[in-house]
Design a protein around this ligand. Structure first.
Ligand code: GDP
Ligand code: GDP
Length: 454
């Protein structure tokens, strides 16, 4: 799937596993301690990490990894060294961002050099965060160098794990320690009213107006800051009363706290979006009405769709539009968002308050579509009609047919089609379009799976 495309129908031959998002392991440390070598090692060199030119952002920093059957995401922070500030400040900033987003921090020290002042400053940040830290004493290439590793006990953040990222020595034990430190696998998320206030994520690229909208919504309401008890890593949500009920706005601390821009900001924004989505039921994606729709906007919308969450698109800053741009948008929005045409849209101004009251009904509509269940009898009638009026095109002398269908679940609606052959892309899109025409499903992606009977 290209980054420009938004895939709305996830069609696979077997039911998709319900595996949730993987926990995040961030690798931090000074330049040249061996972070990217270690990341390569963890990935088993399945994916090459591009050799970086100092000061240049590596194009990717997050990788899927697994060890002993546990999946996790490794984030290499090495690429983000803003050249404006000094090295120490840059690394401190990197560490701060990393602890905020990671579940576990892998702190890499070059054992042949020992702990430097910069390392100690990082330790201070890590310690204050309360986040699990695994200390890596890297470049311990042989037995003789083990003594260098032991010296790092003096950092006071626990056992140094002697490793040679280059040769692999000690890396298995290190990964075992990482698994130990990961949060226990979360039970599947439960959704719905029974679970307390509905959970909303405000998403969008920087400067679209998320924090302005949040302030506007919280407005005169008494916004209750809800410190989720227990750990320091839980993001802080706000409970806001709107339209007669209480809503939980997810990770508002992250929206309100603004990081100074740096080269890693994009990646952090992506991780933050992902983790907010993990907890949200519905996402309000803000886009800047005054600017052309950017690839990043589409990517965020894709993330919502891929996560299977309900979606509302809010065109913000409507107040700055002149008549011409307004008319242009009214004509073009559908085309721009054609992969998410089903999402309720509101045109608002967080600054003036224009039409902000329309958000809640839009969110309610999306949540309702997200939770809609179609009785199997209706579904089968629907498919019987569809198959007879619009049969699948004949391909290679064969004509695959939908035998029957069930709705396997809601939030989002999941359909399983039992077919006599592989349904081609165009036909699947046609099915989705017809399902929406017939049953609505505003504001929700649909998950359509085929089971092929041979
Ligand atoms: P980063 O800047 O922290 O990402 O560091 P790199 O992974 O780019 O490594 C910096 C240098 O240290 C490279 O020349 C690596 O080959 C070398 N290096 C990394 N790990 C080891 C190791 O375990 N042993 C030795 N001897 N050299 C290593
Ligand atoms: P965030 O980065 O998404 O949280 O965006 P902010 O809420 O910080 O807003 C970024 C900038 O856009 C600020 O200067 C806001 O005052 C401005 N802004 C936000 N909403 C609106 C709006 O509806 N209209 C106009 N004209 N400006 C807005």
């Amino acid at each position: 799937m290209s980054e420009h495309e938004i895939e709305t129908v996830d069609v696979v031959e077997d039911a998709p596993g319900d595996a949730g998002p993987a926990p995040v392991v961030a690798v931090v440390g000074r330049p040249n301690v061996g972070k990217s070598t270690l990341v390569n090692r963890i990935l088993g060199r399945r994916e090459a990490v591009v050799e970086d030119v100092p000061g240049v952002t590596r194009d990717r920093v997050a990788y899927d990894a697994s060890w002993s059957g546990r999946r996790f995401t490794v984030v290499d922070t090495g690429g983000w060294l803003p050249d404006s500030s000094g090295l120490a400040a840059a690394i401190a900033e990197q560490a701060r961002l990393a602890v905020e987003l990671a579940d576990v921090v892998l702190f890499v020290v070059d054992a042949t050099v020992g702990a430097t002042d910069v390392d100690e400053a990082v330790v201070e940040i890590l310690r204050r965060s309360g986040k699990p830290v695994v200390l890596v004493a890297n470049k311990v290439d042989d037995m003789a160098a083990e003594a260098d590793a032991a010296v790092l006990w003096s950092l006071g953040i626990g056992e140094p794990h002697p490793v040679s990222a280059l040769h692999g020595r000690g890396s298995g034990d290190l990964l075992d320690a990482v698994l130990e430190a990961l949060p226990k696998e979360a039970p599947p998320e439960t959704f719905g009213e029974a679970d307390g206030p509905r959970r909303v994520a405000l998403l969008g690229r920087p400067n679209v107006g998320k924090s302005s909208l949040l302030n506007r919504l919280a407005g005169e309401q008494r916004a209750v800051v809800d410190e989720v008890a227990g750990t320091t890593r839980d993001p802080v949500d706000e409970l806001i009363e709107l339209g007669g009920r209480t809503w939980r706005f997810i990770d508002t601390a992250g929206i309100r706290r603004r990081h100074k821009e740096n080269q890693g900001a994009d990646f952090y924004a992506t991780l933050r979006t992902r983790s907010a989505l993990e907890r949200a039921e519905v996402a309000v994606v803000l886009v800047d009405a005054g600017q052309p729709l950017a690839e990043q906007d589409l990517r965020i919308i894709s993330m919502v769709v891929d996560a299977g969450r309900a979606l509302v698109v809010a065109y913000n800053k409507w107040d700055v539009l002149d008549e011409e741009r307004r008319l242009y948008l009214e004509r073009e929005i559908d085309r721009q968002l054609h992969h998410a045409r089903w999402a309720p849209r509101v045109n608002i101004s967080a600054r003036t308050g224009r039409h902000v009251e329309k958000l809640v009904p839009a969110i309610e509509t999306a949540l309702e579509g997200w939770g809609t269940r179609v009785p199997t009898s209706k579904l089968n009638q629907f498919f019987a009609d569809l198959v007879s009026s619009h049969p699948h095109p004949v391909r290679g002398g064969k004509q695959p047919r939908v035998l029957f269908a069930t709705q396997a679940g809601v939030r989002p609606p999941r359909f399983v089609l039992f077919t006599t052959g592989f349904l081609e892309e165009g036909y699947r899109r046609f099915i989705e379009r017809r399902l929406r025409e017939e049953f609505g499903f505003p504001g929700t992606p649909l998950d359509i799976t085929m089971k092929i009977r041979d």
